[in-house]
Ligand binder design. Structure first.
Ligand code: SAH
Length: 370
C-alpha cells in the first residue's frame, strides 16, 4: 500500500502514470489531500468512482497519529504525535499578530550531539518520512478546520523542532515542495525556514533543489568553542560555513541568513563574544536570533540573567544589525523537559510513548520562533 502523504506533485504524477491515470487526476487528488485535508477517498467526489476504487485498492492516507493537543494560555498549541516503535514527536503552533507559525520536527531524536541540547543527549532514533513531516502540517490544518478567516491559519513553517532537517534531505525536500505547492499549502518560500547546525553539502543541495529561508545555529564565533558546542563543526568549520552561507544567499528567497545563538552563561555571552560574532559575520547579510539557554535536568549550562542577555543583544543592535531575543511561549503547557511524555504515559496504562525523543523539543518549544 502506498501512503499518498509521501508524495509531492512530481512523485504523484509518476505514480498516477503507473496506474494509467492522467496527470490532472493526480493534481485533483493532491488538492483533496492537502488543500481540503481529505481523510478518505470517498469524500473526493469529483473523482470517477473507478479511480476512487483504484486508490482504495492501492493507497492509504496515513499521517502520524495525533495523541494529545495542549493549549497554552498564550494561544500556542502543542501537538504530540505517535510515529510507532516507541517514538513520539512534537509540533507547536505559535500564533502572533498577523501570522501563525508551525514549528515542525524532521527526525525522532538527533545524531549531532550539540552539547546544550537535550535531544542530542538522548540520541538518534530515525529520520521522519515525508508523510510524517508534511503530516504535522496536515494534522494541524485539520485541527484548525481550514477556515481561511481563522486567525490561527498557518502562514509560516519553521524546522526548529526535533532533529537536523538537513540530515534528512531526501524526505525533507518533497515535504518542502508540498508546503510551497499552490495545490497543497501554497506557503511563500520566504515563510518556510529550515534551521541547520551547518551541514554544508546539504546546504548546497537545498540551495539547488528547493531554496527556502535559512537559519544557521551558530552559538560560537570561534572554532575552538564551536567544536565543543556543535561537534559537527569539526567536520564543517566556521570559515567554510560562512562561505556556504554566502553561496546559499545567491539563490535564497530572502536576502539574509538568520543566525541562531543560544546564550550560555559564562560560555559565549560576554561582550567580547558579541564583538567576535559581529566580526565573523561581517561580510554576510544576516539577522541574529538570540535564544537564552533552556536548562534541562543534567545539563551543565545555565541561562544568563536578563541584563546580560539584553547587553549582548545591544552590542549587535549598536552595530546596526537586527537581533531578536526569543521569548518564552506556552511554558504552561510544556513545563519542564520530559514532563509531557510522562503525562502521556499516565493517560495510557501501558503506554508505547517514551520521553526519549521528546525531551529537547519539550524544552525548546517553550520558545517563540523567529
Ligand atoms: N538541528 C537544527 C534545529 C534545532 S532546534 C539546528 O541545529 O538548527 C532550533 C534551535 O534551538 C537550534 O539553534 C538549537 O541549537 C537550539 N537549541 C537546542 N537546545 C537548546 C536549549 N536547551 N536552549 C536553547 N536553544 C537550544
Amino acid at each position: 500500500m502506498q501512503n499518498l502523504l509521501d508524495f509531492d506533485a512530481g512523485r504523484f504524477s509518476l505514480w498516477f502514470a503507473s496506474l494509467q491515470e492522467k496527470p490532472f487526476r493526480a493534481t485533483q487528488t493532491l488538492r483533496w489531500l492537502h488543500r481540503f485535508g481529505a481523510m478518505d477517498f470517498e469524500t473526493m467526489t469529483d473523482l470517477a468512482k473507478s479511480l476512487r476504487e483504484k486508490l482504495k485498492a492501492n493507497a492509504i492516507i496515513l499521517p502520524p497519529t495525533l495523541i494529545t493537543t495542549s493549549i497554552s494560555a498564550d494561544g500556542s498549541h502543542k501537538f504530540l504525535f505517535d510515529i510507532g516503535d516507541n517514538n513520539a514527536i512534537e509540533t507547536v503552533f505559535i500564533p502572533e499578530a498577523g501570522r501563525g507559525t508551525l514549528c515542525v520536527s524532521s527526525q525522532a531524536g538527533c545524531a549531532l550531539e550539540c552539547a546544550f541540547c537535550a535531544t542530542g543527549k538522548q540520541g538518534f532514533s530515525r529520520n521522519l518520512t515525508t508523510a510524517e513531516i508534511i503530516g504535522q502540517l496536515w494534522q494541524a490544518n485539520r485541527f484548525f478546520g481550514h477556515d481561511p478567516k481563522d486567525e490561527r491559519i498557518i502562514s509560516n513553517v519553521v524546522f526548529m523542532g526535533m532533529g537536523e532537517p538537513l540530515a534528512n534531505l531526501d524526505n525533507l525536500i518533497p515535504a518542502l515542495n508540498l508546503m510551497l505547492d499552490d495545490n497543497a499549502y501554497g506557503l511563500s518560500r520566504r515563510r518556510v525556514t529550515v534551521s541547520t547546525a551547518g551541514l554544508i553539502p546539504a546546504m548546497d543541495r537545498l540551495r539547488e533543489e528547493c531554496p527556502v529561508a535559512l537559519a544557521v545555529s551558530l552559538h560560537a564565533a570561534n572554532d575552538a568553542l564551536r567544536d565543543q558546542l556543535v561537534p559537527i563543526n569539526r567536520k564543517y568549520p566556521l570559515a567554510e560555513l560562512m562561505a556556504a552561507c554566502r553561496r546559499y544567499l545567491e539563490k535564497a528567497p530572502r536576502d539574509f541568513v538568520t543566525f541562531e545563538y543560544a546564550l550560555l552563561a559564562g560560555v559565549n555571552d560576554s561582550a567580547a563574544d558579541a564583538h567576535a560574532l559581529l566580526a565573523l559575520t561581517e561580510k554576510i547579510s544576516c539577522k541574529f536570533n538570540i535564544i537564552p539557554f533552556n536548562p534541562f535536568p543534567g545539563s551543565e549550562y545555565r541561562r544568563p540573567g536578563a541584563e546580560r542577555v539584553r547587553r549582548f543583544a545591544e552590542i549587535l543592535l549598536a552595530a546596526g544589525k537586527i537581533a531578536t531575543t526569543r521569548k518564552t511561549r506556552g511554558s504552561d503547557i510544556t513545563a519542564a523537559c520530559g514532563q509531557l511524555a510522562g503525562q502521556v504515559r499516565n493517560k495510557r496504562a501501558s503506554s508505547r510513548i517514551i520521553p526519549r525523543a521528546n525531551q529537547r523539543h519539550a524544552i525548546f518549544l517553550k520558545e517563540h520562533t523567529i
